[in-house]
Write a protein that binds this ligand. Structure first.
Ligand SMILES: C[S@@+](CC[C@H](N)C(=O)[O-])C[C@H]1O[C@@H](n2cnc3c(N)ncnc32)[C@H](O)[C@@H]1O
Length: 447
């Protein structure tokens, strides 16, 4: 017994060791949390109420990480998996065993907890989570890996936690029927033409990955095949074939076989995007997300709006009609070229775009455009560095609308803004990714 606390000291576990545990809650990132002899265990592939046999993958003094080896007794709330491949639960849908209402409640709770516990914030209005329009078949982009089974190419996902094992996919319920058909067509081509999958260990073979992207509203399908440098038969049309080889040879088909840009429609705008540009993977819910951001921005037609991390310009362009002027900043030059083209395509004359990083680009943007009234920020999961928050604060905007795909990085960023004189007013989670632990939310800060 530990004299100070009376607790049993945590037994130090070792990677590879197996134990039986019962999951009592969900952690950020979606893993199940169990407690075993003073040790907190984060378990991949398990949900609250489950009794599972797990294998430790990482062991520290007070906590361990583990993966589920066997589901001994499912939790009372668990529902049967809807999406599985080759007998494996779909790695893209780790929360499918949780009833959808529970998924929504967990996500809202996690936003609240992150803001309060990590950010030390309170006094804000946490709105109801916006549920997804579709709980399945909502992704407009999926990436698949090639593998081999019995000497034949297969095309699917890496099994959970296994970089060396691919499970074949016939119908993934995260993708549309059209998207599934496109993937299967490419696999058929690989089989018929006997084009081998790339083997990373042996450095042999050809086919690495396939990205299927879909214009939800236009019906356009675009597939990008990533291969090792090699010569191989011409794939089905509409493929954008990228050759990523170790030897640097480019004697296979390269460049664009199909259409180079993907067309999509969103909140009444026609959009085009290049391969290298970011676009929200759930078109329906991106519309809802941007509607919340627009409501929080509360524009009256005269404001100068900065759209930082603007991608292909979607947020700023959808707000341009209600703003005086829009200025977008984005690090990927290809996306900026798309944003400019999208402004033209929709005859939006008051939107301007600059390529550059948020760290070094905000000051030049202020010099060029003047200080904004409203700043929208939509960074990647890592959120903003303290320095970038300082650059945002230098904008001295009346409102900051923060679109976040990670409440654990929103929380410290918002706390830094609050320390500098802003008030966190409202936060609304929006479920962009049903069946997964990913959380999106919009926060409004005002000064
Ligand atoms: C979550 S996406 C949002 C894009 C866009 N707002 C949308 O809704 O489609 C984040 C964007 O930030 C860009 N980005 C990443 N790091 C950046 C940086 N340091 N400075 C500026 N933009 C960056 C990425 O290229 C990506 O387009």
């Amino acid at each position: 017994m530990s004299q100070a606390t009376g607790e049993i000291p945590a037994a130090r576990r070792r990677p590879g060791e197996q134990l039986e545990v019962e999951i009592d809650s969900l952690a950020f990132g979606g893993r199940g949390v169990a407690r075993s002899e003073g040790l907190v265990v984060f378990v991949a592939g398990a949900l609250p109420g489950d009794r599972v046999r797990v294998e430790i993958t990482k062991a520290k003094k007070r906590f361990a990480e583990a993966r589920t080896v066997e589901l001994l007794r499912p939790g009372a709330e668990r529902i049967a998996d809807s999406c599985s491949h080759d007998g494996e639960p779909c790695p893209g849908a780790p929360w499918q065993g949780l009833p959808y209402e529970r998924q929504l409640a967990s996500k809202r709770d996690q936003v609240d907890e992150a803001l309060r516990r990590i950010g030390g914030l309170d006094g804000f209005e946490l709105e109801e989570i916006e549920p997804a329009v579709e709980q399945w078949r909502y992704r407009n982009k999926l990436e698949y890996s090639f593998g081999e089974r019995d000497g034949e190419p297969i095309l699917g996902f890496h099994a959970r936690g296994r970089w060396d094992l691919v499970v074949d996919v016939e119908d993934c319920l995260l993708a549309s029927e059209r998207g599934n058909a496109a993937r299967n067509e490419v696999r058929e081509w690989a089989r018929l033409e006997a084009v081998p999958a790339y083997d990373g260990r042996e450095r042999t073979g050809v086919l690495r990955n396939l990205v299927v992207r879909e214009g939800w509203r236009t019906g356009q399908i675009q597939t990008r095949l990533v291969t090792a440098a090699a010569r191989f038969p011409k794939p089905p049309v509409d493929l954008h074939t990228a050759i990523e080889g170790d030897s640097g040879g480019t004697d296979g088909p390269t460049g664009v076989l199909g259409e180079e840009r993907l067309r999509e429609e969103l909140r009444g705008l026609r959009l085009e995007m290049s391969h290298g540009a970011f676009f929200q993977t759930n078109t329906e819910m991106a519309e809802r997300l941007y509607a919340v951001a627009a409501e929080y921005a509360g524009l009256n037609g005269s404001e100068r709006l900065f759209d930082l991390y603007c991608g292909i310009g979607t947020i700023g362009l959808t707000m341009a009609a209600r703003a005086g002027e829009v200025w977008g900043l984005e690090i990927v030059p290809e996306a900026i070229a798309d944003a400019e083209r999208n402004a033209e395509l929709n005859e939006i004359g008051n939107a301007h775009f600059m390529s550059g990083s948020a760290r070094t680009g905000v000051r030049p943007l202020i010099e060029k455009a003047g200080k904004p009234d409203v700043v929208v920020i939509d960074p990647p999961r890592a959120g903003l560095s303290q320095k970038i928050v300082r650059r945002v604060l230098e904008c001295e905007a009346k409102k900051i609308v923060y679109v976040s795909c990670n409440p654990t990085t929103l929380a410290p960023n918002a706390a830094q803004m609050v320390d500098a004189g802003y008030t966190l007013k409202r936060v609304k989670p929006v479920d962009m990714f049903p069946q997964t632990p990913h959380i999106e939310c919009v926060a409004l800060l005002e000064r």
